[in-house]
Design a protein around this ligand. Structure first.
Ligand code: ADP
Ligand code: MG
Length: 405
């Protein structure tokens, strides 16, 4: 099978998926704006061919380059797991006659207002919401929805430009801060804990499911530098507090007509016990969560996805031997990393439970954690018992201090 893989080398999880496709037996043709010399080896080794385009967002130019390069070759699938490339993938599917999400169904996964509109029509509990392009529209929407409210870009990512407004002064400040955003979604602020619902689906049916718990909510983590954010991948998906969210998730997939591949949904569990939809992407989760799921389940979902695309089945185990906690670190101080304070003691105490440890090495410049979820390093710890997993995660969050200077 000939599979076009958009952006096979970027961002960081894509080379693993590209390799997964090749492992499943697909003939993978990459399309991307990365120079061939910059492709990570994992991706390069998995590609049968690579079409280098100047700009991935110029759809007609990409299509012309592909037609020229592919000649009469038939393309069986067009794949991407990178959110910004989803629209291009849909366009190429339509143009090349490949199955999968078309442009219209993709819009429901990309545009946060349209998404909630479609879901509400299907009876899904979504936050009250409105679309706004002017300050007056935003004010009118907040008037209707009430405080506290959320104002955010309609096609945002990583909580960028996402603001909670609690009163009139907050609204004025938000309007000033969001002047550069042409179109925003205004929403009712939903209180409570925030979770994911991730699936790998075949023919509209999840063959693998996952729920992770954000500690704290991404919006809080985004605004507080001192926090080491965590994502806890649950071992036990049958926990009573997760059932409404899982049911909501399946309802959403059906309403949006999702077929095959990865999905990543976010949902809230309110203090009253209600599950409320947050957002969904027709792709794998960011924040390296696919690695977290792999560690919890002791499987390889990159290869599993490749098998789904190539063969329409998932044959790996769905047992979940562990809970996995991902911890993302942010250095203290500016400049270069000087010291991983507390690491030796933590590894002595918990080394047996550390599945992954990737810290920015001493001597390297510290990173901008508002731009890179993994910040100055990430750790995955795992344990069959949830409380123990959280206890170990909290030790790495509090006792590992990455010092820059
Ligand atoms: N209506 C809402 N109520 C409460 N929190 C929200 C709401 N919308 C967004 N958030 C917070 O902002 C974060 C980012 O918003 P989201 O819609 O997920 O956009 P992104 O694409 O940036 O992830 C969410 O993870 C959540 O913590
Ligand atoms: Mg989100």
């Amino acid at each position: 099978m000939n599979v076009l893989m958009l952006s096979p080398g970027f961002p960081e999880d894509m080379p693993y998926f590209t390799r997964g496709l090749a492992q499943a037996g697909a003939r993978v043709v990459g399309v991307g704006d990365q120079h061939p010399d910059q492709l990570p080896p994992l991706a390069r080794d998995a590609l049968a061919d690579y079409v280098h385009v100047g700009e991935l967002w110029n759809e007609s130019a990409v299509l012309a380059a592909l037609r020229h390069r592919l000649g009469g070759q038939h393309i069986d699938r067009v794949e991407t797991l990178w959110e910004p490339a989803m629209h291009l993938a849909a366009r190429l599917r339509e143009q090349l006659g490949a199955p999968g999400l078309d442009v219209e169904r993709t819009r429901a996964f990309r545009d946060k207002v349209h998404m909630k509109h479609v879901l509400r029509e299907h009876g899904v509990r979504v936050p009250h919401h409105a679309r706004a392009t002017t300050a007056a529209d935003v004010r009118a929407a907040v008037e209707r929805i009430g405080f506290p409210a959320i104002v955010k870009p309609v096609a945002g990512a990583g909580s960028a430009d996402t603001l909670r407004v609690d009163d009139g002064a907050g609204l004025d400040a938000a309007l000033a801060a969001l002047r550069h955003v042409p179109e925003v979604a205004v929403e009712e602020y939903v209180d409570g804990e925030e979770f994911t619902f991730d699936t790998l689906s075949v023919g509209g049916r999840p063959v693998f499911e996952n729920v992770a718990w954000y500690r704290p909510k991404p919006l809080v983590a985004r605004h507080e530098a001192w926090i080491s954010p965590q994502a806890i991948v649950f071992r036990d998906l049958e926990r009573p507090d997760l059932q409404k969210g899982r049911a909501l998730g399946r309802q959403v997939l059906e309403a949006l007509g999702f077929d095959s591949g990865f999905t990543h949904m976010e949902w809230f569990l309110t203090p009253q016990g209600e599950a409320v939809f947050g957002e969904i992407g027709g792709r794998s989760p960011g924040g390296r969560l696919t690695h977290g799921m792999n560690h919890a389940c002791a499987i390889d979902l990159f290869a599993g996805w490749g098998e789904v695309v190539q063969h329409g089945r998932f044959s790996q185990s769905t047992d979940r031997p562990f809970n996995a906690a991902m911890i993302f670190k942010r250095a203290q101080g500016e400049g270069r990393i000087q010291h991983h304070w507390g690491l030796r003691e933590l590894l002595e105490a918990y080394g047996a439970h550390v599945a992954h440890l990737d810290l920015v090495p001493v001597g390297q410049p510290r990173r901008d954690w508002t731009q890179v979820v993994t910040g100055d390093g990430w750790i995955v710890v795992r344990h069959p018992d949830l409380d123990t997993t959280i206890e170990i995660a909290d030790r790495f969050a509090a006792d590992l201090r990455i010092l820059a200077g």
